[in-house]
Design a protein. Structure first.
Length: 242
């Protein structure tokens, strides 16, 4: 009897400790790895978002966008095509934190597709010409983290998208790096798993290497975990990682 009880306890705790076998992905050093077996994870990414410029805008203050992971009909329609392209990562540029993402994230997980989500939105982002890192941005960024951190196929977050555009505005990099530091801290303090936080650069020949160096220097808890360059992402080469 005791043995059976013990066995049952063992079985229950085994399942409780391991509710899913879907492997999360982490950054160690300058590469991505599966956490289940330590194999390197190579990204084959697709940018997945309707262009916001095509979406109706009522006024300059309110920029509408379509959350690409909020409509299960749409994401489920697209998954077979994404699989056909051998995609294993989607990048989504703007999420609505009030939408439900469960169904699309589950469908993507079932298809072994991970997601990298931008923390900003078209109307709440670090602006090149007058950069800030303030409470409004902090709230937007942390709300996206709170919405997405629970998904095992969430691969990472971008703390900035093409904020530095050329050698005349590199000072805005400091604001993005502050965002990276604070979001890594927020993820740790909230008890979420170690989700990578990165920066997404434009393809400016004068600044791309220097900005990669800038985002990769410093202590582990303040530097970016990965660095994406528009050109390499678009052309489906492996991204540059820090
Ligand atoms: C490690 O796990 C991943 C995800 O399940 C799998 O694709 C990969 O083939 C595994 N690597 C090895 C060496 O078994
Ligand atoms: C940004 O846009 C969203 C909807 O697109 C809106 O809910 C939100 O209030 C806007 N935020 C600001 C700061 O304008």
């Amino acid at each position: 009897m005791l043995l059976i009880k013990l066995l049952i306890t063992l079985v229950v705790t085994t399942f409780a400790a391991n509710p899913s076998t879907f492997p999360t992905v982490e950054v160690v050093g300058n590469k991505f790895f599966y956490t289940n077996n330590g194999s390197q994870f190579y990204l084959r990414g697709i940018a997945y978002q309707q262009d916001t410029s095509e979406v109706r805008s009522d006024s300059e203050e309110v920029i509408h966008f379509v959350d690409p992971l909020s409509d299960p009909k749409v994401c489920k329609r697209d998954i077979p095509y994404l699989k056909e392209l051998n995609t294993n990562v989607l990048r989504v540029y703007a999420l609505d934190v009030n939408s439900d993402h469960d169904e699309c994230m589950k469908a993507l997980q079932d298809a072994d597709i991970y997601v990298i989500a931008d923390l900003s939105a078209p109307n709440v982002s670090i602006i090149t010409d007058h950069p800030t890192w303030d409470l409004e941005l902090y709230k937007r960024y942390t709300s996206v983290i709170d919405t997405m951190a629970k998904y095992e196929n969430l691969l990472g977050f971008f703390a900035g998208n093409e904020v530095i555009t050329d050698s005349t505005n590199t000072e805005c990099a400091a604001f993005v790096k502050a965002a990276v530091r604070d979001m890594k801290r927020y993820i740790a303090d909230s008890g979420y798993r170690k989700i990578p936080v990165g920066y997404s650069a434009n393809d400016d020949a004068d600044t791309r290497v220097a900005s990669a160096d800038y985002f990769s220097c410093g202590e582990l808890d303040e530097r970016a975990d990965f660095y994406e360059n528009r050109r390499v992402f678009q052309f489906d080469y492996p991204c540059i990682f820090l």
